[in-house]
Structures are given as structure tokens and as C-alpha cells.
Design a protein around this ligand. Sequence first.
Ligand code: GLU
Length: 446
Amino acid sequence: MSSVRVRFAPSPTGKLHVGNMRVALANYLFARVNKGVFLLRLDDTDVGRSTEEFAQGIQEDLRWAGIEWDEFARQSDRLTRYDEVAAQLRQSGRLYPCYETPEELDLKRKSRLSQGRPPVYDRAALRLSDQDRARLEGEGRKPHFRFKLEERAVEFVDLVRGAQSVDETSQSDPVLVRADGSYLYTLTSVVDDIDLRISHVIRGEDHVTNTGTQIQIFEALGAKSPRFAHLPLLVDASGAGLSKRLGSLSIADLRAQGIESLALAGLLARIGTSDAIELVSGMEPLIDGFDFAKVARASPRFSMDELMQLNARTLHHLDFAAVTGRLKEIAPGADEAFWLAVCGNLSTLADAASWWQVVQGPLQPMIEDAAFSAQAASLLPAEPWTQASWKSWTAAVASATGRKGKTLFHPLRLALTGREHGPEMQNLLPLIGRARAAARLSGQTA
Ligand code: GLU
């Protein structure tokens, strides 16, 4: 058994977006390539902002993407454990009560800034006597608790970024327990990573500063820190962070826009790595190829166009068996011949509905030259039709009318499909069938 245990730890305070999904995928692929364990952990200690609906949505999005978790944890189930750890840290003097109100802290910050000093918390609460504290609590103030940082640089080797040094001297002691008794992620994450024996923490590089603090908490609790891998954050085409546009890049919305899970996984697994983004047949090649050594330091550019292109290529190669269920919902009665005829023309699966309409009708034909269409109709061969029927029919029309090339084929396509372009006519014609073809060529809706 491998000792690799990783977790994806979203907060259920919003929908998953492409950035989160990329982190989820990196954790999942790393677990699978190492035959380790992938855990889903919901960081739901912020009761005001966490909802069950978001929690369900996250799980639905992960399953849709083909990311199955081996273990599941929820921070709200573990509050008594955090109480224990907080008590332990208070006893060892690393967690201390503070009584400043947000307004008081703001004043302190401003006065330090006006003196040209960094706006770091001054640790005034450490100088309070027991009587001071009793007096403050007598006034009805409830303490929040800060972690006393050791003023030094914390060093670690990141699997993506290499040797790192986070300077903790210019940072405020972080609040780990709010005045209402609720815990902040900085603490709960460390406690869970210890208890759930997490071997590698894989997350976005916006957490690098947290890592310095969290390593100090691991140490204060007498635990060994996991290894860390921080992925550079995705940016848009202009190089700006995706956060402004995240609303439109939620997994739920991409799904609604017809993005295939395989296309999304293929893109997000390889974006910003030395592997080319290309069509994949499933998760296996993504798992086999996963390696932090391939991840570049630069911020990868996420492009919706690139995703759409990969989506189309994915659909063009999907087996009928892989889409049957979903296809039947939009094109009831669609069979493999239909799928093979149209899949190469799809950008999203939903496009199949309009091709089903072309095949099944009713469809209003576009007649460019009524006499020519009528003559072509009279030359339609008898059924049964095969792929060869188109060729033999158009050859007969060509010799009867003297037309060739575009002047021959274009009006026939327009009359039969109502469109300028589309799947190969040799595949569509047998699906349209003789009765509908004859009617359309005569200008009737059929
Ligand atoms: N809940 C944190 C987040 O969503 C988890 C970060 C981590 O992986 O440690 O950013």
C-alpha cells in the first residue's frame, strides 16, 4: 500500500470553478498514479457562508468530472477535536486570547501605517494581566485567539516551486478562533491533515503564505508537516486572474453549456504542464502521465476557445455507447448510424438535436431551383438505401442535368437539409429516407 494520502478541500461557500477543478484533478491524479488515497474534505467551519446546497453541488460536479473520492470528511463533524487542539495550544502558550474590536484593530493598523511601519498586530494582548482580562470579560468582551508565530523564516521544498522560504517576521499572529468560538481554516486544516494522515498538500499558490504559518502549527502540535505542492493560478487571455470571471466559469455553467467532462479533465490536467493538451480517451492516460516535474512555474492561460475546440474533438471521437443515454434524451430513437453520421459536426452534444430534426423532420427545405429539384426527385433510386445511394443518385442527376460540382451538390444539400453545411450527404441520405427526400425536393415540409 502506498502511503500517499491527499485531499481536495473546498469550502462549500460557492460553486466549483475551473480553478478549483484543476486542483481537485491534480490531487486525484496524483493519488491514482501513486496508488494512494484521495479524500474529499469539506471545509465548512464558516457556518454563515457554507450551505448544504453548495456541498451537494461540489460533490455532483466532482462525480460528473469522473473524480471519485475514497474517503470523505466534513470539518463541521470535527468541532470537538478542534476544541481539544485549541486547548492544547493555549496550554503551551501558542494560542492567546485577544480582546480588540475590529474598530480598535483598524485604528492600530492606521496609526502604524501613518508612522511608516508595517501594519502588523502589536501583540498587546500578550501583555494583559489576569485582572485586565477579567475586567475586559466583565465588560462583556469575548476573546478571539491568535497563534503566536515564531519570528523566523519557514523553509520548505515545494514539489512545484522548489525551495521556499516564507518570512514570518513581518506577519500578524493569525487569528485561529473567532470571538464566537468558530475556527478558522488555518487551524482546522492542519488538525485534519494530521489526523487524516495527509502526505501531500496540493493546492493553489495563493496558499503559499499560509503554508509558512501552517508549518509552524504542525510543529507546535508535534507533528511532521506533509509535503506541499502549490500550483500557479490560472489566468485569462489578458493575463489577469480568473476570479472576476469565475461566475461564468463554474463547472455547473460549463456543463450547461455542453462541455464534456472528458474535455474539461483533459484540458485541466495538462494546462500549464509540458504535456500537450490533446484528445484523451479517458482518465487513464491523464493518470499515467501525471508528474509535478512537468508543471511550469508560469501562470497558465485558460482559454474558453481552447476548451470548446477540445470539446468538439472529444465528441467527434466518442463511441455511440458512451453517449447513448444522453443522446436518447435529446434525439429519441437516435441509433448508431445517426451518431456516426453527425458526431463529426458537433461542437456540443446538444447540437445533435438539430441534426435529428434534419433527419426526422419536419423540416422546411430550401429550394434554389424548383425545376432542377423536381428532376432530381424523379431520379431518386428505390430503397433500401446505403451509403452508396448518394453517389449513384447524384451521378444520375449529373448526367440528366449536365450539372457538376457545387452547382450539382449545393442545391441538393439545401433542399434535403435546409442548411449550407453539415455531415456528409452519403451518411445523411439513408437516414432521411426516400419519402422525406422526395417531399423536400418538391418543396414540401417533411
Ligand atoms: N478550504 C481551502 C480552500 O478552499 C483549502 C485550501 C487547502 O487545500 O489547504 O482554499
